[in-house]
Ligand binder design. Structure first.
Ligand SMILES: [Zn+2]
Length: 287
């Protein structure tokens, strides 16, 4: 007798995932949820990735994934064409032709507790309790929000902490950039996966020793460092700062699916993509 449970339907998978990352938690400007796929189709293999780009679709098709769950949306603004001779339309065609569904959890995964920045915080060595850097005011428990604040186990030189961040995250050509005295001791840390310019003020107000984020621009960073007394800055590749969440999302989905499908768990395989999809593919040091 075959005791293997049937593969769950796509709608069962997305419902399980949405119990962990409710779409209602997404920012009003965001576009999350199911992008492509038929809710009744069975799902045997799920690939988690940061970006819905060709390299990830290649990986999904090679492995035979039925569903790709990405952090970044494929289409954030209104479109009037998904013709295959447009970059995003080409992705849509590849997904539909291969019967591969695409689902996005973006700012709802950022704000969730645990969310994207919890995974980043743990990856770079923060231990103990974490609290939001920019709390979601609609959460009565105050656990949800963007970014996290926590502490390292012991005071660490900024140069050593930067190395720790670099070692903890997937290797990218852009590497890690640091602003601040490399011999400064840091203990309290704020992190925010993805672009963190808008949280520089919150990081200073939090009184932390160092702020880890991505995509910091020259003028905001320069002005921030020109105002003494604030945290040092560690700037990582955008892809790298959000990648640690993929394993978290995969684990939560496994647990949620398992809790609804009996003692053997759901009959799905889940894989975390290791394809580096950072926009920057080469860096040339000119020191
Ligand atoms: Zn991002």
């Amino acid at each position: 007798m075959n005791t293997q449970t049937a593969h769950p339907a796509l709608s069962d998978v997305t419902a399980a995932f949405e119990r962990v990352y409710p779409p209602a938690w997404a920012a009003s400007w965001d576009a999350v949820g199911l992008v492509a796929g038929d809710p009744v189709q069975p799902v045997a293999r799920i690939l988690f990735a940061v970006d819905p780009v060709d390299a990830v679709v290649d990986e999904a098709l090679t492995w035979g994934a039925d569903l790709i769950i990405t952090h970044h949306p494929l289409m954030l603004r209104g479109v009037t064409s998904v013709a295959a001779n447009t970059p995003k339309g080409r992705i849509v065609h590849r997904l539909i032709r291969s019967g591969t569904a695409l689902y996005t959890a973006h700012t709802n995964a950022d704000t969730a507790a645990p969310g994207v920045s919890d995974a980043l915080a743990r990856a770079v060595g923060l231990t103990g309790p974490l609290r939001p850097l920019d709390p979601d005011t609609t959460d009565p428990e105050g656990r949800r929000g963007i970014g996290r604040i926590g502490a390292l186990e012991r005071p660490t030189l900024l140069r050593e902490f930067a190395q720790q961040v670099a070692s903890a995250l997937p290797a990218t050509a852009a590497g890690i950039r640091v602003a601040g005295d490399p011999d400064r001791l840091v203990t309290s840390v704020a992190v925010s996966g993805g672009a963190g310019d808008s949280l520089l003020g919150a990081a200073r107000a939090a009184g932390v020793d160092v702020f880890v984020t991505s995509d910091l621009r020259h003028h905001p960073a320069s002005e921030f460092m020109g105002n003494p007394g604030g945290p040092a800055l560690v700037d990582t590749a955008h892809f790298a700062s959000e990648w640690p969440w993929l394993a978290d999302g995969a684990r939560h989905l496994t647990e949620e699916l398992g809790s609804t499908s009996g003692p053997d768990g759901a009959n799905v395989e889940i894989r975390v993509s290791t394809t580096v999809t950072d926009a920057w593919s080469q860096a040339v040091p000119n020191l």
